[in-house]
Design a protein around this ligand. Structure first.
Ligand code: G1P
Length: 228
């Protein structure tokens, strides 16, 4: 590992849209719900649900449709959506892990890096199990771990604490504006996954993990840390 590895020892990954493309399944299930409620929900609108919890996501859809629900109704419909979603992920296969993720995780672990998964989804374990990813992470924190929603950095701070590292010793990998912002507020290094124009708060943005080398990531983050 490069010099920076003396400073960076932890790698914290978001799940949906970073490790696996479960975002498409969330969209199918939320869209079905929106259709039942007569709420217009085009695909680009789904980006606004990334990083949100199940209940926050439902509340956004209700807000867009100008709809009101009692707490009991919200719980009921959140459950309905979750059943649809679970039906979609039940048959996920290891092949659905996004390109380049496994070689990158292997490289991190072989270099002595510690890995954490931090997801707003309460289905994170189910996804890890069906894609056989459980053993790649030293720590897994799902949507039940943090009480405060992003952009509060609680979920990432808990991950760093579980790895027994300081935020400045960790890189967060996230594809969502709110996640990147939370990592920045928490004092982490941040690699955004997606397009640079969508993630201005990230130190470095990559399109995904295809051909992604650990040494390149560490070098770029080191450069940005020096500049910043
Ligand atoms: C939740 C939300 C979903 C959001 C996802 C982010 O997952 O339902 O809208 O995009 O987290 O990871 P759930 O706990 O329902 O799996």
């Amino acid at each position: 590992m490069t010099d920076l590895s003396e400073k960076i020892k932890g790698f914290v990954f978001n799940l949906d849209g970073v490790i696996v493309d479960t975002a498409k399944y969330h969209y199918i299930a939320w869209r079905r719900l929106a259709d039942e409620m007569g709420v217009d929900f085009p695909p680009e609108q789904h980006d606004k649900l990334r990083s949100l919890s199940r209940m926050e996501s439902l509340e956004k859809i209700l807000e867009w449709g100008g709809l009101y629900m009692t707490e009991a109704e919200k719980l009921h419909w959140a459950d309905v959506k979750n059943n649809w979603y679970q039906g979609l992920i039940a048959n996920m296969k290891p092949e659905e892990v996004l390109p380049g993720v496994l070689p990158f995780l292997d490289e991190v672990r072989n270099s002595g890096g510690r890995t954490a998964l931090s997801s707003a989804s309460r289905n994170a374990w189910a996804v890890l199990k069906s894609t056989r990813l459980e053993s790649y992470f030293d720590v897994v924190l799902d949507g039940s771990a943090a009480r405060k929603a992003k952009p509060h950095p609680e979920c990432f701070l808990l991950a760093a604490a579980s790895l027994q590292l300081a935020p400045a010793e960790c890189i967060v990998f996230d594809d969502a504006v709110l996640g990147v912002r939370a990592a920045r507020i928490g004092g982490f290094h941040i690699v955004g996954i997606g397009k640079p124009e969508h993630l201005p708060d990230a130190e470095l943005v990559i399109p995904g993990f295809t051909d992604c080398r650990l040494s390149d990531i560490l070098e770029s983050v080191e450069k940005m840390a020096t500049v910043g």
